[in-house]
Design a protein around this ligand. Sequence first.
Ligand code: DP6
Length: 361
Amino acid sequence: MTHSDFNGFRLTTAISDPISVSWQSPSNIALVKYWGKTGLQLPVNPSLSMTLAKAYTQTKLTAMPRETEGGIELDFWFEGLQNVAFGQRISKFLNSVTDIFPWLVQVNLKIESQNTFPHSAGIASSASAFSALALCLCTLDADLFGIMLDENEFRAKASYIARLGSGSACRSLFPGFTVWGASKALSGSSNLFAVPVEEVHPVFETLCDTIILVNRKEKPVSSSEGHNRMVGHPFAEARIKQAKNNTTELLQALKSGDKQTFIRIVENEAFTLHSLMMTSEQGFMLMQPETVRIITRIQELRRETGLDICFTLDAGPNIHLLYFKEQFEQVNKLIVEDLVENNEQNMLIYDSFGFGPVKVG
Ligand code: DP6
């Protein structure tokens, strides 16, 4: 499959009335990390994530009549306000998909978007935002031209488009666990779009993710810049091999219900991601003293209590604490009474295994 396989149609007659579509789409948390890219937003290694339930973006896309053709004409609103910075990123993305959706330059566009979670809170807002927008684009395209795709083709196309906006977004199109990047361990997996993991032991559908916020300041190095620092990284080759092996092992653990392997790989991936940042040529560190204190304590508590808890980190200082629903009461007591030490600054966000995007209009 190539990019041009997705090339779409121009309008032969201008639309006479506004036409809208709305989707809500969740964020996801990577368990095997995408870190490093090449070509047109292609990952250097496979990644595996869990789609979240409560952290999502709701996006309404409206196409309106337009008299003359030209570049993208976008009016972007985020949470009731015009947002210039994010609007520019979205315009750039829309310009990059005009071969797939040639009609984008024949209409005026309005995007209204809101999130269920706070900004800079350790939840990938680009994943939910670009997956919601990709779904809106594919639905509007299908409505305008009467395109009939089956559910799998539709999701694969939306995942492909979401990837062009933000790599991790392509994994948000599916319920539960998702792999993006070719892996020998999962047939049908691809660098171009993500695919759902079908064989999952029911215990992993009870996974909870409590995000412990230690800092909400803007990150000193963005993920996009972080990906760049993998170019020529001295450990790149070993990292790619490790990610492939971790994907294979984690898929097996998800299938068999092996919690201990899950815990080992998830923490190995979090530590690796942050080690790669520190050991890149222009090294940087996104963990904060409070991050180190809490992850150290999570490992101690696991040893002391025998509870099945582990952590992961994204490209930031905030901690995702993963555990199983049947241990919610005990784990929550530890979170509140021990891990955050009743420190008001450590805001908590409770999320869990989610069931994927929903069309809401
Ligand atoms: C550490 O998807 O935010 O969260 O493709 O440049 O938008 P862009 O990067 P992004 O990178 C995510 C990096 C990560 C790991 C992951 O989600 O797999």
